[in-house]
Design a protein around this ligand. Structure first.
Ligand SMILES: [Zn+2]
Length: 427
């Protein structure tokens, strides 16, 4: 099956190459050619993308997709109160079916707003894996481990079973990673055991790191070290790590993340909404630490729209540092694509449009009033673009949305499933 997409403005994210009247040729799940339009080639499917912008699908490197079920719960509270008084009690009422439908809703929202790959940390993760496979999305899924010496073991054994059953499923759509929730929800033994499991399975780890001032203060009180130092000393960074938030890092913490090649998932909306603070992205970028973007869960954002995250990341730090040159549009777009793919360990697979890479791409309606005229394509996408501009989306060569119509998911059925789950949870 060969697909030709032509007459589009193509932003490749590959060495800054942009083609004004570009075309992309896809064979099976892979990109065969990207460039100016070629002599006519035989194809089975033709997408005339005239008036459109073709670009890599966005990569959301930190979310909890089933938390769409808790969207709008416990607003306007700080993290600790939000988590302990609102979220944890409701999460105790979740079941497999709720997580299945919550993940499907998350996938529908992400596809609609241009995300093609994401990193998901939650529980009932087999249900999430099934949902992601039926959506046809790409995801690094981890069964989140929390707990003390006695009660983390069952959770970790579920995580290892998930790895055995689902890693590589869907022709590589799914990667299973391990996850220790955070220093404040896991004992030292639990974190060490998660790190060892990741080594044994040869996979990555997904954690929350230095999200709030309280987390750092309590960690120093308990261990006499920063959360970053604790995670390093317990062996977490010996494997590829996604560290979400990283709002309160010392110079030494940053050097540690740099030396272990840890990927930082920056979640500006969630950090602002929970009043956690603002990560020092300038310093992280100055040290050439890989910074990507995440929405966090829909209960602290309250959407999974990576265009909104990208714009906020592009603006927030300029205002904080009174420096308009800080995080230019291109850097924000790199965070949402190339850097995101690297954080997920998928840098040879997605994040840019390049021959040999997977066909993970989106088409934006550049005829939308907010995108006219396209004087600077990258700034247009970052500062004027929004999730609603995405009309078509392809993942591993499969069209998952065409002309705004979801092809793999039945949104009405998903909404019904979500409403029933909400009822069971007493919401
Ligand atoms: Zn999170």
């Amino acid at each position: 099956m060969k697909t030709l997409i032509d007459h589009a403005l193509v932003i490749t994210m590959d060495d800054g190459k942009i083609f004004e009247d570009g075309c992309v040729i896809i064979e099976g799940s892979k990109i065969l050619y990207v460039g100016e339009k070629t002599e006519s080639v035989p194809f089975d499917r033709h997408i005339d993308a005239r008036g459109g912008i073709v670009m890599p699908g966005l990569v959301n490197t930190h979310t909890h997709s089933p938390m769409t079920l808790l969207r709008g719960v416990g607003n306007d509270r700080a993290l600790n109160e939000w988590l302990c008084d609102y979220i944890f009690p409701l999460e105790d009422k979740l079941d497999d079916e709720a997580v299945y439908y919550g993940t499907l809703l998350g996938c529908a929202e992400m596809i609609k707003s241009g995300t093609t790959a994401f990193a998901d940390m939650y529980f009932f993760s087999e249900s999430s894996a099934k949902a992601v496979l039926s959506a046809g999305m790409k995801a690094n899924i981890s069964r989140c481990v929390t707990g003390t010496h006695n009660d983390y073991k069952k959770r970790l054994s579920e995580a290892r079973q998930l790895f055995a059953d689902y890693d590589g499923a869907g022709d590589g759509l799914i990667k299973i990673e391990h996850s220790a929730h955070a220093v404040y929800t896991c004992s030292r033994e639990a974190i060490r055991a998660v790190a060892e499991a990741a080594q044994l399975d040869g996979t990555g780890i997904h954690i929350h790191l230095s999200e709030t001032m309280k987390e750092n203060r309590d960690c120093y009180g308990q261990y006499g070290k920063s959360p970053t130092e604790v995670m390093r000393d317990l062996g977490v960074f010996d494997t590829r790590t996604i560290a979400a938030h990283c709002v309160y890092l010392s110079e030494n913490d940053m050097d540690i993340l740099k030396s272990y090649g840890v990927g930082v998932a920056h979640n500006p909306t969630s950090n602002l909404k929970l009043a956690s603070g603002v990560a020092n992205i300038k310093e992280l970028l100055d040290k050439e630490i890989n910074v990507s973007l995440g929405t966090d869960g829909a209960a602290s954002n309250n959407t999974l729209d990576m265009f909104a995250e990208m714009k906020l990341a592009g603006l927030l730090h300029k205002g904080m540092r009174l420096d308009p040159k800080l995080i230019p549009a291109e850097a924000a777009l790199y965070m949402a694509t190339v850097n995101g793919a690297k954080t997920l360990g998928r840098q040879h697979e997605c994040g840019k449009l390049k021959a040999g890479f997977c066909a993970d791409l989106i088409i934006l309606d550049a005829d939308a009033p907010a995108l006219v005229p396209v004087n600077d394509p990258v700034a247009g996408v970052v500062y004027s673009g929004c999730g609603g501009h995405v009309v078509t989306s392809m993942i591993n060569g499969q069209i998952v949305m065409e002309n705004r119509e979801l092809k793999t998911l039945d949104i009405e059925k998903i909404k019904q499933g979500v409403l029933q789950a909400k009822k069971r949870m007493g919401l």
